[in-house]
Design a protein around this ligand. Structure first.
Ligand code: RP5
Length: 161
């Protein structure tokens, strides 16, 4: 059974949401990926949310674009923590997605990330950090990952021209 569920509203979201999957791969976290649309497959959304906790999912990463109701609706259906990723859109650059996800009413939180690929990668890291609370080996891998990123940042900028 996977620890993390990565869900998205459309196949077109996968290039963005793959950034989360890559991070989870790097950190050795198990996940499943599914297309679950709030508007096009509402029954699938309901079934996924209804069974998420009993299936052993510990974190759900939900990405959608435009009228991005998937993360919020999933949060309304399960107590499994939902991390929301606003997918960048052509019409409104993902600000529509962000606003659709971030303004949840009191009582049903969605941990909302940045728009686009960086947000998806951070969603993977956020999920790993949540799981690391009760998994010392994963905690060490997260710490190593963060240290490697820090070490890769040069102290001085290089000329580009
Ligand atoms: C949303 O509509 C999806 O999350 C996607 O970001 C957006 C566009 O979907 P497609 O028309 O590309 O399937 O439901």
């Amino acid at each position: 059974m996977a620890d993390v569920g990565i869900i998205m509203g459309s196949q077109s979201d996968w290039p963005t949401m793959q950034e989360a999957a890559r991070i989870l791969d790097e950190l050795g976290v198990t996940y499943e990926s599914r297309i679950v649309s709030a508007h096009r497959t509402p029954d699938r959304l309901w079934d996924y949310g209804k069974t998420a906790a009993e299936r052993g999912l510990k974190v759900i990463i939900a990405g959608a674009g435009g009228a991005a109701h998937l993360p919020g609706m999933m949060a309304s259906k399960t107590r499994v923590p939902v991390v929301g990723v606003p997918v960048q859109t052509r019409a409104l650059s993902g600000v529509d997605s962000l606003y659709s996800i971030v303004q949840m009413p009191r009582g049903f939180p969605v941990a909302t990330m940045a728009i686009g690929a960086a947000g998806a990668a951070n969603a993977g890291l956020m999920a790993a950090q949540i799981l690391a609370i009760s998994d010392p080996d994963l905690a060490q891998r997260v710490t190593d990952w963060r240290n490697a990123l820090s070490a890769s940042i040069p102290e001085t900028p290089e000329d580009t021209d």
